[in-house]
Design a protein around this ligand. Structure first.
Ligand code: UD1
Length: 416
């Protein structure tokens, strides 16, 4: 198990850029398999979820070459329609390949997906959407097997605007026979980017970024070069780090407009934020003031992926703050660990009630999921003394060289 050591107590200063987005690139990599031509994705983040997706792609016969931050994908032939159990366990997003294999080979066999343990995370909405589009599913031991005679356009109504299920239905719809309409679609930027890339490959998707998508199926898609957008969650993590530690950092990134909710919240907490569409500057001098209550919500609301990170911030703010988790159940795995560092957090049903303190103290803790791990790093940077974090592999799923990225602002983080 990899372990990180964080030395607390330093303010953060400096300028930096932001890696490519994890949640954007995974479905984009899947989309690249809908054409037999080459697809080049630039600004590819060096994170373990991308490596896992590459491993799966190679395993099903796709040619993939990764050089630094460029990813060249060539799905001329697909040799195998089974996603191995070990991959499904490693990464939930692997389920997105179901629509691809059904579109290309009319068959798929995939394990129940895994990933971070943040609640039950069913895939019923994915299955229901694909069934409406002419797929028959059955269970075979630990696998789900799907067969189709070809996707047919359909009207799909999501009871909840799931990001993954919306992306799944889009990927199924682009090469389907006829028109697919998706109602109550997710509006996360990662859905918009997927639609933009697919349209540039020759797809016909209308309504990207809205709750209602209309996809006219086309015969085939062509190759493309596409730049992966910056990771809004990583950028917001860094802003929160500066807010928690004090100091002043500037980020040059294309995702500023997607961070309005978190930037507003930081301002309410007494942090100075200046921004334009390509840059954001975050400065904190005085004491942080806790916001009374915030609920996680679908985009453009407060992102569930920032919830744990905010707990680390509220832990050192003045007054009591409450965070309510509305998207995932059991997403408070980092709370017992934050408590070891002196945080005063009480969980009541879906709410975390945080009584702010001036200081946390370093401790030996363990990351249980990706964003919870980032929260522990933040808490470690804010704390007095040294924090050792086990389970560092969770952090590598989404953050590229976090130790040197935050290190350039003066943070002291190292792998042990
Ligand atoms: C994506 C992101 C994740 C983020 C989440 C919400 C990726 C790789 N991951 O996850 O970082 O936290 O969006 O912004 O992009 N649900 C069902 N049935 C389904 C699918 C989902 O009930 O078939 C439920 C989930 O259990 C959860 C809620 O819907 O309670 C949201 O899930 P969803 O939007 O699908 O998130 P993911 O796509 O898994």
């Amino acid at each position: 198990m990899s372990c990180l050591e964080v030395v607390g107590g330093n303010s953060l200063y400096g300028e930096g850029t932001i890696q490519g987005s994890k949640n954007a690139i995974l479905p984009m990599m899947a989309a690249a398999l809908l054409t037999k031509e080459e697809v080049l994705l630039s600004n590819c983040p060096n994170i373990s979820d991308v490596i896992c997706m590459i491993d799966i792609m190679k395993d099903i016969g796709v040619q993939v070459v990764k050089q630094e931050h460029n990813l060249l994908i060539h799905a001329k032939d697909i040799l195998n329609v089974t996603i191995k159990e070990e991959y499904g366990k490693r990464m939930r997003a692997s389920v997105i390949l179901a629509s691809i294999l059904l579109a290309r080979e009319h068959k798929v066999k995939f394990p129940y997906p895994g990933g971070c343990t943040i609640g039950a995370r069913p895939i019923d909405l994915h299955i229901q959407a694909l069934e409406k589009m002419n797929v028959q599913f059955q269970e075979e031991e630990k696998f789900i097997v799907g067969n189709t005679l070809g996707f047919c356009g359909a009207d799909i109504y999501f009871s909840f605007p799931s990001v993954g299920a919306t992306q799944q239905a889009i990927l199924a719809g682009v090469l389907a026979k006829g028109t697919t309409r998706i109602y109550n679609a997710a509006r996360e930027p990662e859905v918009w980017t997927l639609c933009d890339m697919l349209n540039k490959m020759g797809a016909r998707i209308l309504g990207a970024g809205t709750k209602c998508l209309c996809i006219e199926g086309v015969e085939c898609l062509h190759g493309i070069e596409y730049q992966v957008p910056c990771d809004r969650i990583v950028a917001q993590t860094y802003l929160c780090a500066a807010a928690g530690c004090g100091g002043e950092i500037t980020l040059h990134t294309d995702c500023v407009m997607q961070m309005k909710m978190v930037m507003n919240m930081l301002q309410e907490m007494g942090v100075e934020i200046k921004s334009n569409p390509n840059m954001v500057c975050c400065k904190r001098k005085g004491q942080l003031k806790n916001i009374p209550k915030v609920k996680t919500a679908v985009y453009p609301g407060f992102p569930t992926d920032m919830q744990s990170i905010f707990l680390a911030l509220l832990s050192i703010g003045e007054g009591t703050g409450v965070v309510e988790e509305e998207i995932f159940e059991s997403r408070y795995a980092c709370v017992p660990e934050l408590k070891k560092m002196g945080a005063d957090i009480r969980i009541v049903e879906q709410c975390a009630i945080v009584k702010g303190k001036r200081k946390l103290c370093g401790a030996d803790v363990e990351a249980k999921d990706l964003r919870g791990g980032a929260a522990l790093i933040l808490a470690g940077l804010e704390a007095e003394g040294i924090t050792r974090i086990k389970g560092g592999e969770y952090i590598l799923r989404g953050y590229e060289s976090l130790e040197s990225e935050l290190g350039q602002f003066g943070a002291k983080i190292r792998w042990m």
